[in-house]
Design a binder for this molecule. Sequence first.
Ligand code: NAP
Length: 378
Amino acid sequence: MLSISPTISRFSDLSNHHEVNRGRYSRHSPSLLGPPPPLHIRNTKVLRLRHNFRISAIDAAQPFDYESKISDHIAKSKTLKIAIVGFGNFGQFLAKTLVRQGHTVLAHSRTDYSAVAAELGVSFYSNPDDLCEEHPEVILLCTSILSTEKVLLSLPLQRLKRSTLFVDVLSVKEFAKDVFIKILPPDFDILCTHPMFGPESGKHSWKNLPFVYDKVRIGRDESRVSRCEKFLDSFAREGCIMKEMTCAEHDQHAAESQFITHTVGRILEKLDLDSTPINTKGYERLLDLVENTSSDSFELYYGLFMYNKNAMEQLERLDLAFESLKKELFGHLHEVLRKQLFGTTEKSLGLLQVPRALAKLPPNGNGSSRPPQSDSAN
Ligand code: NAP
């Protein structure tokens, strides 16, 4: 191999390695004289030229190649080179912590976020080719659910290292997993994740906040396993509750919890609620819920609905529950009026069966379109 110093080359640190070895065995440093250097180093000739240029030639084959050197580096170093694709609200939120932890963070987005990125200590690349040429170890996809496929298809995957780890943070998991498997070459590792918090709920700390992950495809190679663990550790060391589950399990739970939360928050937002001088604790919590959910984009909420097959069932259950509650209220009112007018109730005449308490809807997944059957009064 020929290398000219000073030089800017992806192999430059490889040449430095040999420079160091040459120094150790120099006849000018007798104290360092030890066993004879390996053949490929003895065969190294260094030509010193004017103007400080130096050409070194190594006759023998390199004992290791670039790829194996990088995988060694991954195994040893504690930090990762992470490229965030989609540097909006959530991408920037994650970047702050990753930078603080010492990771090298790069970013690319449709919008030019160079100024924000510089403030956060992130290198911003408007061009995806330039980003991929940096050979990040991890691509962290933080785009909207709806644009995921388009963005993934626009990345020049051939410029990445063959074993790059792809991670997503989409709030719907089966969809993300399917898109990754469909588009990414089989050599790439896949980790599907969902931090169950955002810029509002995780503003002060990530402690005790759930982090869901599914190791969809991680190569058995030690360096790949350790890279994945290192990434997960970025959340574990912040105190997140790490929950490993399949993407399908996540979507079932998320529709029952997160989608309902966002929907209720958005319904309340439409009421334009104001703070009052006599807010109860419960009302304060509702105002917080409105603030939390309204700070997320509508596109995110729409994605939760469109790309989680369990969301429609939850929307119907919510509708049924509201109708059932209204029926219960009006049923009571009807009975009171009848008593005042006729001195008797429909119930005593056996004409009306008034629900005693709001019947619980059947548990999730048991078919929600059946109306409540209970007939008791409170
Ligand atoms: P979002 O509205 O879901 O996504 C915004 C991001 O998507 C921006 O980076 C935006 O890029 C990019 N984007 C949107 N449309 C695009 C298009 N047509 N082409 C290219 N890029 C496009 O809001 P978010 O809150 O930042 O969420 C990002 C991801 O994180 C989502 O998948 C969401 O499910 C997940 N997540 C969010 C939270 C949260 O609390 N916000 C929590 C957990 C997970 P530009 O800004 O460059 O336009």
